[in-house]
Design a protein around this ligand. Structure first.
Ligand SMILES: C[S@@+](CC[C@H](N)C(=O)[O-])C[C@H]1O[C@@H](n2cnc3c(N)ncnc32)[C@H](O)[C@@H]1O
Length: 389
């Protein structure tokens, strides 16, 4: 039976292991998600159909959706008409399991001062307020309309945290310092303002992510101007922090460039790309090696005969999925950056390092973005990769 109430959702989260703390169970039981998600979009046959709680026909479907452990899109880049939309999501209410994982990792205590980046619907701000008191919660959202709707929903259940409109990259200096900072939009490095605004002993939980891979990270204030910590092997892939209201993409990110297909380099490779594509820890290592390059990788061709990838610098590769008699797969690549060569180098390193899982990696983040880096096992292990991802 699908859940249709906050109590049932909380039960499911406890049973599934996402909620472990008593306070968080009570918060999920007592904060009504339906107040924050009066309508959402559901993908159907390539379109996004609006499911509206105010519609008598859709009411039951809406309620089931709201109390199911699913991310719910609440805003898209473009809308056809009032009920059907196309485009890319620009705001959503995150999946409750993911929210629970982050809130558990945040290790909140009553009275902690908390900054949330990416208010969205306000549901997470309500859960935070339940634990630390609304007067201790500051949440910032780029989109004024979303921030207004979130404020109203919060007020409807008697909560009045500070809802700010602005770019979360700069934090909220006038309300700092914060004991905890939680970001519900992903970043490719740790914005220096968050580190500056972190109280001594404070912690940050955020999704550190490039175009191909990333993961939640837990950082503590290691010194006055440095945050340090580890990646968490928890589910959760957030939409990137954006700078424009009409696009979910980061600045300069476009996937419609003309690829440099002159004089492709053809070769063979011993690497079977299909299992490589499906391996999260290998994708993660590959992300580290891309050194800030934006890549769409491991896209399958119709018929599943090839995998391909391309980067915003017009580089590309295509690799076959059927080996020849010698066990080798055909590769073609072009453009300035040799993308497939990077995949092969990563594959070899990943094996040499013992196929490290994401939880073996960590981050040292001084408040100067150019000095931030990811490490393996230990900050001084000798294996380090620069941020941004
Ligand atoms: C996954 S949603 C957040 C979900 C939200 N915490 C909730 O409980 O509904 C991500 C949000 O981050 C916002 N966002 C994106 N870029 C931002 C930025 N630069 N500054 C502040 N908010 C941003 C988006 O508009 C979107 O509402």
């Amino acid at each position: 039976m699908p859940s249709t109430s906050a109590l049932e959702l909380a039960d499911a989260l406890v049973t599934g292991g996402a909620v472990r703390s008593t306070w968080l169970r009570r918060a999920f039981e007592e904060i009504p998600r339906h107040v924050f998600v009066p309508r959402f979009f559901r993908s159907e046959a390539g379109c996004e159909v609006l499911i509206d709680g105010d519609s008598a026909e859709q009411h039951d479907e809406w309620l089931r959706g709201v109390y199911t452990d699913e991310a719910l899109t609440v805003q898209l880049t473009s809308t056809h008409d009032e009920t059907i939309a196309v485009g890319r999501p620009t705001s959503s209410s995150s999946a409750p399991t993911v929210m629970a994982g982050m809130l558990e990792a945040l290790d909140l205590e009553p009275g902690h001062r908390v900054l949330e980046i990416g208010t969205g619907t306000g549901y997470n701000a309500a859960l935070l307020s339940h634990r630390v008191g609304a007067a201790n919660v500051v949440t910032i959202e780029l989109d004024r309309g979303l921030a207004g709707a979130a404020s109203r929903a919060l007020a409807e259940i008697g909560l009045h945290p500070s809802v700010q409109v602005g770019d979360g990259n700069v934090g909220v200096p006038e309300s700092a310092p914060f004991d905890r900072i939680i970001a519900t939009a992903s970043v490719d490095h740790v914005p220096p303002a968050w580190i500056t605004q972190l109280a001594p002993g404070g912690a940050i939980v955020a999704d550190l992510r490039g175009s191909l891979s990333g993961s939640l990270v837990w950082l503590i204030a290691a010194a006055a101007d440095v945050a340090e910590g580890r990646f968490l092997d928890l589910p959760g892939a957030f939409m990137p922090m954006r700078t424009r209201l009409d696009s979910p993409l980061r600045d300069g990110e476009t996937w419609h460039q003309v690829l440099d297909q002159r004089n492709p380099q053809r070769a063979t490779t011993p690497v079977n790309a299909a299992p490589a594509a499906d391996c999260p820890s290998l994708r993660f290592l590959l992300q580290l090696h891309l050194a800030g390059r934006r890549v769409r990788g491991f896209l399958r061709s119709p018929g599943n005969t090839e995998l391909s990838g391309h980067a915003t610098d017009a580089s590309w590769f295509t690799v076959g999925l059927r080996a020849d008699d010698d066990g080798l797969f055909p590769v073609a690549q072009g453009g300035l950056g040799r993308l497939w060569d990077t995949v092969e180098a990563c594959w070899a390193l990943w094996h040499r390092l013992g196929q490290p899982g994401i939880e073996r990696f960590g981050v040292t983040a001084p408040d100067v973005a150019d000095l931030q880096y990811v490490w393996l096992d230990h900050p001084d292990s000798g294996y380090r990769w620069p941020l941004p991802l």
